[in-house]
Ligand binder design. Sequence first.
Ligand SMILES: C[S@@+](CC[C@H](N)C(=O)[O-])C[C@H]1O[C@@H](n2cnc3c(N)ncnc32)[C@H](O)[C@@H]1O
Length: 180
Amino acid sequence: MHKKLSESEPYPPSEDTFFLADYIKNEKGECALDIGTGSGYLAALLEKSFSLVVATDLVFNVLKKHEYFTTNNVCCNGADAINQQFDLVICNMPYLNTDDVSDVRTDGGKDGLEIPIKIIDSAKSQIKPGGKFVYVTSSLSDFKKLISYTKLEGFDVSILAKKKLFFEELILVKAVKLLP
Ligand SMILES: C[S@@+](CC[C@H](N)C(=O)[O-])C[C@H]1O[C@@H](n2cnc3c(N)ncnc32)[C@H](O)[C@@H]1O
């Protein structure tokens, strides 16, 4: 994960972006949501195979500077402003273990969990029963705790893939929603 970024710039497509992209390029369906869309790279990819794609980001300037054009962009926390259930929700989580959240693009808060938990809480009611939430986390966070939390929130959870980088291991998690 990039830590040295200029504050006003969207998170550039990076190893973790491409890791998630590798999975979603094979997915298709009716509607999909990209939470924390950043440059819009993943939402633009989803638009190739889903009829409706919505992208959210907490930072309005990030959405304005979208490098990859996408149609439906909403500035909000997680999926808070969205009233729609999706077949697929994705998120490349801000997962760094940080004392506070000074850079929303990368910082996850304590144990790298505070922001990911906020995003899961916001997204869970916007996923169809049987629908999927696929997210990227990392060995730099307490990812086992995040997986346990996701299970408790009513998902069947599995690890789809891991990828070793020099300083961390990326983890791609699939959570299938069990309850309506
Ligand atoms: C690691 S970047 C990923 C960007 C892009 N999806 C990618 O894969 O390249 C995380 C993104 O989530 C956004 N973000 C952070 N907290 C958020 C929240 N609570 N709700 C929505 N977006 C959030 C950040 O502004 C940032 O654009």
